[in-house]
Design a protein around this ligand. Structure first.
Ligand code: FAD
Length: 242
């Protein structure tokens, strides 16, 4: 059972009051952040396919990561960009790479009495990123999804200098397709490389058969969605897609 969290409820008393409230609270929605969209479009892609606006507006980034549901879309996105989690507790603050944050389904390194308070992401010029998800119907949890971030070396031909690949709902350890990332480093930035990276990601994840589909179907989705996310990430890195 999921229980809605406590929220601050503001009742506007006039149009002027409503405008003041909007000015104070409006920009805090993840989707409205132009800075995030400019540097990491993967978060806008992922946020748009999480459930519906009501769930999105109630849910928090911290709750999404700390719930540690294997199907949480943001976990794979943060894993792809190699974020760092800042955790605060009675004994002080510690930093944990996001790829060490989830230790299993519904389990994180956040101890009782601690809170996840910040997420840091390295901004490096020239990155492109994207998120691709297949769901049974609009607003549903993922059958499978892939997040990709890519940096390119451009001379003499575009090659992948570094890539991050996150996978959702398919049993990837720490939400990461590490073998596919390793394969891509130094490869030409072509459809053939992305297809091969997708195959490697599909081979190394561990999806479970359930009401969302059999294992073979999920592996097929991983291969296809990884290749698509990499292609869009490359297009964005080259400034050819918004
Ligand atoms: C109908 C429905 C559909 C959904 N569909 C999707 C979907 O398609 N994709 C998707 O990714 N998600 C989906 N979600 C999940 C949703 O996006 C939220 O991530 C999730 O409900 C957590 O909500 P919350 O932020 O209110 O966290 P809470 O429910 O408040 O917290 C979740 C857990 O994390 C702990 N916690 C919260 N914040 C912190 C913190 N800062 N530090 C330490 N511990 C913390 C809480 O104690 C609790 O154990 C769906 C949820 C619902 C209800």
């Amino acid at each position: 059972m999921q229980v809605p969290s406590q929220v601050e409820y503001e009742r506007a008393t006039s149009v002027a009051d409503a405008l003041a409230l909007l000015a104070r609270s409006g920009p805090e929605d993840l989707l409205a952040s132009p800075v995030l969209g400019e540097h990491f479009a993967v978060f806008h892609d992922a946020e748009r396919v999480i459930a519906d606006p009501i769930v999105r507006n109630w849910g928090t980034v911290g709750g999404s990561l700390c719930q540690a549901d294997p199907s949480e879309d943001l976990s794979a996105a943060f894993a792809a960009v190699r974020a760092t989690a800042v955790i605060r507790g009675p004994d002080g603050t510690r930093e944990v790479p996001i790829r060490e944050f989830h230790v299993g389904p519904y389990e994180t390194v956040v101890a009782p009495g601690e809170l996840l308070v910040e997420l840091h992401m390295p901004i490096r010029a020239g990155a492109g990123s994207a998120y691709e998800k297949v769901e049974r119907r609009v607003g549903d949890w993922s059958v499978a999804a892939a997040a990709a971030v890519m940096w390119l070396d451009r001379d003499p031909h575009p090659t992948v200098s570094e890539a991050g690949i996150g996978l959702t709902a398919v049993g990837a350890q720490h939400f990461v397709a590490a073998e596919a990332e390793q394969f891509l480093r130094g490869q030409p930035a072509t459809d053939a490389s992305f297809a091969q990276a997708g195959q490697i990601a599909a081979e190394h994840c561990s999806p479970a058969a359930d009401q969302r589909g059999p294992v073979d179907y999920k592996r097929h989705l991983v291969a296809e969605l990884t290749a698509r996310a990499l292609r869009r990430a490359m297009n964005r890195a080259r400034g050819q897609e918004a």
